[in-house]
Write a protein that binds this ligand. Structure first.
Ligand SMILES: NC(=O)c1ccc[n+]([C@@H]2O[C@H](COP(=O)([O-])OP(=O)(O)OC[C@H]3O[C@@H](n4cnc5c(N)ncnc54)[C@H](OP(=O)(O)O)[C@@H]3O)[C@@H](O)[C@H]2O)c1
Length: 264
């Protein structure tokens, strides 16, 4: 019996599969996908095993990571039902609750949810993990081990999952346009595009690491960059004038509301 099956290997399933192959070795990983060639390509890249059918993948492994779209989860669990006894179901689907999963998988199958993000593919992910009454401590620790090479994994209450997802799951798409826009500013100020992009991205990485590693409030870190009457505070004033904070808050709230409606 292999440790883990990834069913659906698109953006998210593929990212998690790569991380699991690093943490466990590809010999412990199988996958399946509606378009089989995608599973085959990942198997060729990582050394894991591609299965022709979802049922074959689910039969071969203990932990079944369901990485299809939220609306497809119910039908997928029905398809996998012959293989479910003795297995652990782990859903990545935004908006699909533990109650939904328990109902669709059956009362005896442990069910858990994770909410990862695409930086998991390079070991810099942020993933939340929660489990239903059927989930035991060993399931949490096994999933943490499967995802160990993906970045940070944190256990949270299910009630926080949609909000977490809005910040950390959707968040990369809120940051990429910002990095691109900073680089655009650099290009407008005369920098070559490639360098401007590198400077903007490395600066973003460094600023995020400052928040995490110093534990300082971002406001205090911002204050430390702004000398009185200097150029940085001029730029900060422009961001405030154009509503950067309000735009970021509204982006997270819009994604949170949408998350809540996804499984319905
Ligand atoms: N993207 C993110 O950052 C992110 C973050 C957190 C959670 N999630 C969750 O991750 C899940 C997948 O999202 P995604 O962005 O990875 O979507 P995606 O790139 O479209 O991947 C979905 C994959 O599922 C496959 N698939 C569809 N129906 C299938 C079936 N019946 N059996 C097997 N495979 C099937 C698709 O195959 P084809 O190749 O045939 O299309 C595709 O490869 C969603 O539930 C989403 O809520 C995503």
């Amino acid at each position: 019996m292999k440790k883990v099956a990834f069913i659906g290997v698109g953006n998210m399933g593929g990212a998690l599969l790569r991380a699991a192959c690093k943490a466990l070795g590809p010999g412990e990983v199988v996958c399946s996908n509606r378009t089989f060639s995608k599973a085959q390509a990942l198997a060729a890249e990582t050394g894991c095993t591609a299965c022709q059918t979802n049922l074959e993948a689910a039969t071969a492994a203990q932990y079944l990571f369901l990485c299809v779209k939220p609306k497809q989860i119910k039908a997928l669990l029905a398809e996998l039902s012959p293989a479910l006894p003795g297995k652990v179901v782990v859903s990545v689907a935004a908006g699909i609750t533990l109650d939904d999963l328990q109902t669709w998988a059956g009362p005896d199958v442990p069910v858990l949810r994770i909410m990862p993000n695409t930086p998991c593919a390079i070991g810099k992910g942020m993933t939340a993990l929660c489990g239903g009454a059927s989930a035991k401590e060993e399931h949490f620790t096994d999933i943490e081990a499967i995802l160990a090479a993906s970045g940070l994994v944190e256990r949270i209450e299910e009630g926080q999952m949609d909000a977490f997802s809005a910040v950390a799951g959707c968040g990369p798409a809120f940051i990429y346009p910002y990095i691109e826009a900073l680089a655009d500013g650099g290009v407008a100020a005369g920098l070559p595009r490639k360098q401007a992009m590198t400077y903007a991205a490395q600066m973003t990485l460094g600023a995020a690491a400052m928040v995490l590693e110093t534990g300082e409030h971002p406001g205090a870190l911002k204050d430390a960059v702004c000398s009185p009457g200097g150029s940085t505070i001029e730029g900060v004033a422009q961001l405030e004038r154009h509503g950067l904070r309000a735009a970021a808050i509204d982006a997270v709230l819009a994604a949170w509301k949408k998350n809540g409606s996804l499984g319905k």
